[in-house]
Design a protein around this ligand. Structure first.
Ligand code: PNW
Length: 481
């Protein structure tokens, strides 16, 4: 039984999240330039069902339907991302700005605010303008990338001052590791020559991570120096991170490996943002392959979060490895498992190979973050689940998504306890996702929405049971005064 004493502050914000390439479609409308995801999807074998975001949820043409959906859920906030190549089709600081792209997002923000929904805007949710990848390798070139990202960010700070919650990057871990180590995501670089002609998995991901941190710092500096005072908003980065439990809690090496896993995934970015340097465990394992911060770079990145953006989905058991680290390793020389030494299972299967619900993990990770980073204000900017086999069910069964409802119940209950009993400072929660959408390399088969999108039937939206269940869970937890 969930505890329903109101424990969250009155101004706690809850709602739903999406990302531009996953929902918008309309890839050539009103002057949009191609992004690396358009080109990646065109490469055979990269997307499970051979699909792309070319139509997706057609949200570019259905903003009023999406706002109506948000209204139906009762959401107080909506997190969406801006497509860089709609704003600057070629991406660069000397390339033309596209007024139609700016007008689209400006109107969307106005329309949201008119309905009392607070926008959380992500500047970069993986859809880099393709031209910047071709021109100089995107984030492989830190000087060019930072200058171009800074210019893009400034363009938006200036154009849409009504936005008060800016997120620079969504999950830089995914951009760096999935984009430049495993090659699972655009631009698909990897050392595995059966998958890609280009890439060096031992170095590129660490270079890219460094550039993303500096680009984040660049945008934050611009916001703080030129806009913050007048606009009164805030800015931060969103990091993904799974909870960890030692495979054998009796084995100090597994306990150590579990901590190392958090450092390789979360602290890789969060330590520089809060402390100005990389975690020691990464320096030790990666040596010269991990870039170093010049004093100027460290100063730019240190202290650059007004809030900690937390994306969280799952947990793993962690088992240490005894062999010397592989040059392509990005986990911290360890294994991630679903079953512990004693045979405990971390959680039930979902449609996503990497995701198994474990709400206690959310509470534990909130505590870990709060402690390590000195009690930051935390916004949970994504949390949600797919359902095993959901796509194969008839519509009336899909709409009865009790598994997803229970997922949210467990995680929201854990959030409430982290705030009320552990004193963690969580101030917002955005569920992933408002609607089923293009799930990257998984295509459309994996659904994360609280709304079913009928891709065969003209992108019509059908709210699932979960769409109306998140609101009451929060309303029961939020103090009325
Ligand atoms: C996040 N993994 O991505 C993204 O921010 C969303 O765009 C995405 O749709 C959502 O989670 C659900 O997948 C992730 O393989 C993608 O561990 C993959 C992983 C983690 C997060």
């Amino acid at each position: 039984m969930a505890d329903t004493t109101p424990v969250l502050p009155k101004d706690f914000l809850w709602g739903f999240a999406t990302a531009s390439y996953q929902i918008e479609g309309a890839p050539t409308a009103d002057g949009r330039g191609p992004s690396i995801w358009d080109t990646f999807c065109a490469r055979p074998g990269k997307i499970a069902d051979g699909s792309s975001g070319a139509v997706a949820c057609d949200s570019y043409n259905r903003t009023s339907e999406d706002i109506a959906l948000l209204k139906l859920t009762g959401a107080k906030a909506y997190r969406f991302s801006i497509s860089w190549s709609r704003i600057i089709p070629l991406g660069g600081r000397n390339d033309p700005i596209n007024p139609a792209g700016i007008a689209f997002y400006k109107k969307f923000v106005d329309d949201l605010l008119a309905e009392g929904i607070i926008p959380f805007v992500t500047l970069f949710h993986w859809d880099l303008p393709d031209e910047l990848d071709k021109r100089y390798g995107g984030p492989l070139n830190k000087e060019e990338f930072c200058a171009d990202f800074g210019h893009y960010a400034r363009t938006l700070f200036e154009a849409i001052p009504k936005v008060k919650h800016w997120i620079t990057f969504n999950e830089p871990w995914c951009s760096a590791i999935l984009g430049y180590n495993t090659g699972l995501f655009a631009p698909g670089h990897t050392s595995d020559r059966s998958k890609s002609e280009v890439g060096d998995s031992s170095t590129e991901c660490w270079i890219v991570g460094h550039s993303l941190l500096l680009a984040h710092g660049t945008a934050v500096k611009i916001y703080r120096e030129e806009f913050k005072e007048k606009a009164g908003g805030e800015i931060g980065i969103t990091l993904n991170g799974d909870a960890v439990y030692p495979w054998d809690p009796e084995d100090p090496l597994d306990v150590e490996a579990a901590e190392r896993k958090l450092e390789f995934s979360i602290s890789w970015f969060a330590d520089p943002v809060y402390f100005g340097h990389y975690p020691e465990s990464m320096v030790k394992q990666l040596g010269a392959r991990l870039p170093t911060f010049t004093p100027e770079e460290a100063a730019l990145v240190k202290g650059s979060n007004d809030f900690y953006g937390m994306n969280h989905y799952t947990a793993n058991y962690i088992k240490h490895k005894t062999t010397t680290p592989d040059p392509f390793d990005f986990l911290g020389n360890l294994e991630t498992l679903f079953i512990s030494k004693s045979g405990a299972c971390i959680g039930p299967e979902t449609q996503s190979f990497w995701l198994r619900p474990n709400p206690q993990g959310f509470r534990d990770l909130l505590n870990w973050l709060s402690k390590r980073y000195n009690h930051p204000k935390i916004y949970c900017t994504e949390n949600g689940t797919s359902l095993k086999g959901e796509n194969d069910l008839p519509l009336e069964k899909i709409l009865e998504d009790d598994f997803r409802v229970e997922y949210f119940r467990g995680y929201i209950d854990a959030l409430g306890k982290a705030v009320a009993e552990d004193g963690v400072n969580v101030r917002a929660y955005l569920a992933w996702s408002l609607m089923d959408n293009f799930e990257w390399a998984e295509g459309y088969e994996t659904r994360f929405g609280v709304t079913f999108v009928d891709y065969e039937g003209g992108q019509k939206r059908f709210p699932k049971k979960s769409a109306k269940s998140v609101g009451p869970m929060f309303e029961a937890l939020i103090k009325k005064e």
